[in-house]
Design a protein around this ligand. Structure first.
Ligand code: AKB
Length: 315
């Protein structure tokens, strides 16, 4: 049975990852941590520690105290926030990764999960069915941190034998915790606004097609990768992962099937340039081959589930 530390457990992915890992391995085997206690439900649901992901000693002490063997490092500044605070994004995204990789190198922990992103790609990357191995010239600070992080993950694995595993997440759509500071966040906000106000003003234009994934599939992918036989893994930088690709207009149409009066307008802002630099769809055949990855949700089933869950929240 693994003993797990999740860093950044109060965030969009961390919240649901913590719950799922606790269901699988038992509450006391999964220590949640974050820089603050912003998600009280999560904080009160099992062992929780306040940890700043930039603080090496705090992470090391927690790993030693709880006899941790596996760390999921989910703390990061995302694409939109990274453009506003470039040095903070570099500082958090890179140093937290080095802390965890070095703990694994020194034998304090054994396994690391670190999320990369479609943000490693840039305007010179083939946009459709972006291959696993391709041009990566990111134009955002966030994308640069993810690209450099991928190189370090592969280096620590190849040279130092560290078992680090990673996924290039597409935009993630979820109903529990809100995302924050990302370019794909519109695809979550839209459901909330549809139910609350019947209208959404989208910060991307209607034709911007981006790769996305429903949270349930993203969590399944993460845990499946961590449980896969390491001998079958051919990628130690980060795996491409695909599920659904859609535009804001297509997402709005899927919502209109449930809420016929829903309307959408478009006021693209600085995030449009970020979205325009990313792929519209991803080739994840290597993940399929190496660890049998397959998504379950499509646009229609995701919209049905999102509206069902959010209706409960708002009623
Ligand atoms: C973002 O929009 O910055 C993130 C991502 C695609 O990594 N959701």
């Amino acid at each position: 049975m693994p003993r797990i530390l999740i860093i950044g457990a109060c965030g969009q992915i961390g919240t649901e990852l913590t719950t799922e890992l606790r269901t699988k391995y038992g509450t006391n085997h999964v220590i949640a941590s974050d820089i603050n206690t912003r998600n009280l439900e999560l904080v009160n649901s099992g062992p929780f520690e306040i940890i700043d992901a930039k603080n090496f000693n705090a992470i090391r002490d927690c790993c030693i105290n709880y006899n941790i063997d596996t760390v999921y490092l989910m703390a990061a500044l995302l694409s939109a926030t990274g453009e506003k605070y470039p040095m903070e994004a570099w500082d958090l995204n890179m140093n937290s990764l080095f802390h965890v990789l070095n703990l694994a190198k020194d034998g304090v922990i054994k396994h690391v999960f670190w999320p990369s992103s479609i943000a490693v790609f840039g305007p010179t990357t083939p946009k459709v069915n972006t291959p696993q191995h391709t041009i990566c010239e990111p134009t955002t600070v966030y994308g640069i941190t993810k690209q450099v992080g991928e190189r370090w993950c592969e280096y620590y694995h190849r040279k130092l034998g560290v078992d680090v595993r990673s996924i290039r997440y597409p935009g993630i759509i979820s109903h529990k915790a809100m995302p924050g500071g990302g370019t794909t966040d519109y695809a979550v906000e839209i459901y909330h606004e549809a139910l609350k106000n019947g209208h959404y003003t989208c910060f991307l234009d209607e034709h911007t097609e981006l790769p996305m994934i429903f949270m349930e599939d993203a969590i399944k992918a993460t845990i499946d990768l961590m449980e896969a036989d390491g001998n079958n893994l051919t990628i130690r930088s980060s795996y491409n992962l695909a599920s659904i690709s859609f535009t804001p207009a297509e997402l709005a149409n899927s919502i209109k099937k449930h809420i016929p009066n829903f309307s959408i307008s478009y006021e693209p802002d600085f995030r449009q340039a970020i979205a325009d630099s990313w792929p519209s769809s991803i080739d994840d055949s290597v993940a399929q081959k190496d660890w049998n990855w397959q998504a379950n949700y499509d646009l229609e089933s995701m919209t049905t589930e999102m509206l069902k869950q959010l209706k409960k929240k708002y009623s």
